[in-house]
Design a protein around this ligand. Structure first.
Ligand SMILES: *[C@@H]1O[C@H](CO)[C@@H](O)[C@H](O)[C@H]1NC(C)=O
Ligand SMILES: *[C@@H]1O[C@H](CO)[C@@H](O)[C@H](O)[C@H]1NC(C)=O
Ligand SMILES: *[C@@H]1O[C@H](CO)[C@@H](O)[C@H](O)[C@H]1NC(C)=O
Length: 406
């Protein structure tokens, strides 16, 4: 009895502490993200050493409640149910533009999060989010979306790191089953590319302006570099394989597209030309530098973005694959437009990313991670299944119209 009272007191204290760290904005930069709530299980590999992610890109809930918006959201929800039951992912990633903030009402704008996550709650699928440029508008605040998400306790892995530009900057660790105390096997990084408009700006949706910078901030880029080396140091200097998620493509995606997206080598629609990328040129330079460095120093395998609904390819870092020196940067992948909201009528789907790890090595050396990815369409087909391995960019895939079916 006394024990359980002590335990619940401790739990209450820890909860209060996490809440306070969430709400405090005066913490110095580089403060560690709040720990998962005590009831939140660590992300772990399946018995077959895999970890499967389903990317839900650009859902754009909350458009035109007075007309077609309601049907549209019902369609998106149907699609989420379909993907979750067909793929049974270990984690869903909501990769930005969850809501079309310029269409929502101030009194309930963040309540759309409840509708969005309902399919994950039904199937008990954990999720993690990045926020996009439509998630900050005159009537909608990222902070409020995060608060709604945190209300889901154990299922929502979305975090924030105090002192950085934006809200959804954090990382999650993946463990081998039963190894919570030991070295993680991999890392998932999430970055906030910001953009959109300030809360309370303008007098109505029509005259609001996008006044928030739309790139990953330099402070966040420094945090990424520092935190990644701190993680390596904490786990014996061993490289930890990782993948990263951010809503707006860094400018390196535009450079990759300019080099050419040959559909036989880089299958997937390529119809948003040029790529709408972060900033207007070099504002995301700090972030792009760390992405490249982390490929070499830290095992950052690939970067997954949304924002451009008409692009769904995976490319090489510009310059990679042109000689035999091996990879210089991570693979660059678009998700697939998932929501019925937002521009474009490309058939909706979800990019699935399967990480596969080898057996644990006794000598403490790095785990090897293999990444396979495909797009699960709402009609049930699977398209553009590729292996992001050493010969990606030279392997030829049987494409027709930029896609191939199985
Ligand atoms: C919803 O999906 C149905 C069936 O695919 C389609 O006919 C309808 O146009 C969609 N509605 C909207 C608003 O997207
Ligand atoms: C928000 O309120 C409006 C009415 O003002 C309603 O039409 C809409 O369905 C509400 N949205 C949510 C997510 O509750
Ligand atoms: C990479 O994957 C492709 C497709 O599965 C395969 O054909 C190729 O041999 C693989 N390359 C390496 C180096 O394993």
């Amino acid at each position: 009895m006394a024990l359980s009272v002590t335990a619940s007191l401790l739990f209450a204290l820890i909860t209060a502490y996490s809440l306070i760290s969430l709400l405090t904005t005066t913490l110095p930069p580089n403060t560690k993200p709040p720990p998962p709530t005590p009831s939140q299980p660590p992300l772990t590999l399946s018995p077959s050493h895999t970890f499967k992610l389903a990317l839900f890109s650009d859902l754009h809930y909350g458009e035109q409640e007075s007309s077609w918006g309601i049907d549209q959201d019902a369609n998106s929800t149907r699609l989420l149910h379909h993907i979750l039951s067909a793929e049974n992912p270990d984690l869903a990633v909501l990769n930005g533009d969850l809501i079309t903030g310029e269409n929502t009402f101030r009194h309930n704008s963040s309540a759309y999060v409840h509708r969005i996550v309902a399919p994950m709650v039904d199937t008990q699928t954990p999720w993690a989010s990045t926020y996009g440029n439509h998630d900050s508008k005159a009537n909608l605040r990222r902070e409020d979306m995060l608060r709604v998400e945190r209300g889901y306790g154990a299922l929502s892995y979305t975090r924030t790191t105090a002192g950085l530009e934006g809200i959804t900057n954090y990382y999650l660790l993946i463990y081998r089953p039963g190894r919570r105390k030991g070295r993680p096997v991999g890392v998932l990084w999430f970055f906030d590319s910001r953009g959109g408009g300030s809360y309370g700006g303008g007098s109505g949706p029509a005259d609001e302006e996008d006044d928030i910078p739309n790139w990953v901030g330099p402070g966040t880029a420094r945090w990424f570099r520092d935190e990644a080396s701190a993680l390596r140091a904490r786990y014996g200097g061993v490289l930890l394989p990782s993948v990263a998620f951010v809503h707006i493509p860094p400018t390196v995606f535009l450079a990759a597209q300019r080099r050419g997206i040959d559909p036989a080598l880089f299958p997937g629609v390529n119809e948003d030309v040029p790529v709408a990328a972060q900033g207007t040129g070099r504002e995301d330079g700090g972030f792009v530098d760390v992405l490249r460095e982390e490929r070499i120093r830290g095992g950052l395998h690939s970067v997954f973005v949304g924002h451009d609904h008409g692009n769904a390819w995976c490319a090489l870092w510009p310059g990679d694959g042109e000689d035999e020196t091996g990879g210089r940067g991570p693979f660059l992948c678009f998700g697939r437009h998932t929501g019925y909201g937002g521009y474009g009528d490309w058939t909706r789907g979800s990019r699935i990313v399967r990480l596969r790890f080898g057996d644990e090595k006794g000598d403490g050396s790095a785990d090897e991670m293999e990444v396979e990815t495909w797009v699960r369409m709402e009609g049930g087909q699977v398209v553009t299944r590729v292996m992001l391995n050493q010969t990606y960019g030279r392997d030829r895939y049987p494409t027709a119209n930029g896609e191939f079916h199985e």
